[in-house]
Design a protein around this ligand. Sequence first.
Ligand code: OAD
Length: 260
Amino acid sequence: MSAKREAKLIGWLRAAERVLAFCGAGVSAESGVPTFRGAGGLWEGHRVEDVATPEAFERDPLLVWRFYAARQKALQEVEPNPAHRVLAAMDAHFPEFLLVSQNVDNLHERAGSERLVKLHGSLMETRCTECERVTPCDPLPEAELDAGRLPHCRCGGLLRPNVVWFGEYLLAEHLRALEAFFERAAPDGKASPPVVLIIGTSGSVSGGYGLTQAARRSGARLVEINPAPSLLSREVDLPLREPAGVLLARIWPEVTREQR
Ligand code: OAD
């Protein structure tokens, strides 16, 4: 049964010219980055949802920065896994490709992905709460935070992590990039249908983004790669229940193999 589904995916990808991958925390799970909703979603006894909000930052910026500094530091100890690498290879392979990731880690970039939309921002960037300037950053030294010193912009404003928190909006330019992909991908009767790969997301946040509806309107084939069912599973054509790195590393040589 699953061999049949896998063969179907290989066939769709071999024929596809337009592919969109929509990813979540599950893609980085095989690198050792914990998912949000796995293991109780706790950090030092706080619910992750309670430290990742604008209200939490207003109330206790040191606590919020300590959370993000720990996650920045943890990134230095992990490497991209085969899922990140195959996604980067897809970027180089398909004429029309877009990787839309909810992950704030930097593993897609480190694997070589270029056509990348980081929907929820980046752990390795700060944004000034006054002038809005976005700057790449190194992990914030814990000693600074232990001494009660918060990072500041050269304009004097307090810096925050450049991530989208609960209760905040996605960037309009990111939503436009998604829309533009689907506009270009709309069925024209000639090309083979676009393929949308939904990989490693529970859908608890992304379920509200309208992705599957937009994909349907464009005539896309929807595939889910996730060892467990998600809130999006009912809307896909082809669910594949395996870890992303394992599955993608196995199918990619088949997708790209020269046919005689
Ligand atoms: P979740 O933690 O909600 O879900 C992770 C998903 O990955 C689950 O469906 C798992 O079954 C799946 N998974 C686990 N291991 C996997 C593997 N090896 N291969 C494939 N899938 C695997 O993470 P997200 O859906 O990404 O938002 O969470 C969405 C957003 O909620 C995050 O971006 C973050 C969070 O709060 C913000 O920070 C705004």
